[in-house]
Design a protein. Structure first.
Length: 211
C-alpha cells in the first residue's frame, strides 16, 4: 500500500479540515509542510503538485488530490466516515452549513486575498485585522442562525461529527486568531467544546502540528 502524504500548512484552514478527516478515518499519513508565508506554495516543486499553488495536496490510494471539499467527499465515500447523511434533505442541509464557511467565508479570507487587500489599503497596518473581522463575524453569525434547527445535537447536526463540524472548527480557530467576537454565539461555542473533546479534532489543531 502506498504511503499517504499530506502537503499542508499548519495554519491553513483547508489543510486543518483534512487533518481532522484523516484522523477520523484513522489513516496514518506523513505531513509535509508547505510554508505559505515564505511563498513555498509557488515553488516549481509545489506547482507541479497543484498548479493553483494552494494547499492542501493529498497523495493517497495512488492518487494525488487537490481541493479540500472534494477530498473530504472522497474520504467519506471510500472510508465510510458518515460525514454526510444519506437522506437527501438532511444531506443538503449539512452541505449548506459546510459551504457557508468553506465557499463563502474562507475564500475572501484566504492569505493571498488578505495580503492584497492590505497592500492596496491606505492603512496597511490594520487592514488585515479589519478585513478578517469584516467577513468572519457576519459569516459566523449567519452560521449560528442556521444551526437553530439543531439545538439538541452536541455537534452541528448530529451526535457524531459531520462535514459542517470539519469546516467550522478551522474557522473558529481563525476567528480567535484575529480577535473576532464570538462570545455571543452559544451554539457555535457548544459545538467547539464538543469537538475539542474529540481526539480527531484535538490532534489536528494547529498548535499540535506547528513545525
Amino acid at each position: 500500500m502506498s504511503e499517504t502524504v499530506l502537503f499542508d500548512y499548519w495554519r491553513s484552514s483547508a489543510s486543518y479540515r483534512l487533518r481532522i478527516a484523516l484522523n477520523l478515518a484513522a489513516i496514518p499519513y506523513r505531513a509535509v509542510s508547505v510554508d505559505l508565508v515564505t511563498g513555498e506554495q509557488k515553488s516549481p516543486a509545489h506547482l507541479a503538485r497543484n498548479p493553483q499553488g494552494l494547499v492542501p495536496v493529498l497523495q493517497i490510494d495512488g492518487l494525488q488530490m487537490t481541493q479540500s471539499l472534494a477530498i473530504l467527499e472522497y474520504l467519506d465515500q471510500t472510508r465510510n466516515l458518515g460525514l454526510l447523511p444519506q437522506d437527501p434533505a438532511a444531506r443538503v442541509q449539512e452541505q449548506a452549513l459546510a459551504h457557508s464557511i468553506a465557499v463563502d467565508i474562507h475564500p475572501v479570507c484566504n492569505l493571498q486575498v488578505v495580503g492584497y487587500a492590505a497592500k492596496i489599503s491606505a492603512t496597511p497596518n490594520s487592514a488585515r485585522e479589519d478585513w478578517m473581522r469584516r467577513f468572519i463575524r457576519p459569516g459566523l453569525q449567519a452560521f449560528e442562525e442556521l444551526l437553530g434547527a439543531y439545538q439538541q445535537a452536541p455537534f452541528c447536526t448530529n451526535n457524531t461529527p459531520g462535514l459542517a463540524d470539519i469546516c467550522l472548527i478551522p474557522q473558529i480557530y481563525n476567528a480567535r486568531r484575529w480577535d473576532v467576537e464570538i462570545y455571543d454565539l452559544p451554539r457555535i461555542l457548544q459545538v467547539e467544546a464538543a469537538c475539542a473533546e474529540h481526539p480527531a479534532f484535538s490532534a489536528a489543531h494547529p498548535d499540535q502540528v506547528k513545525p
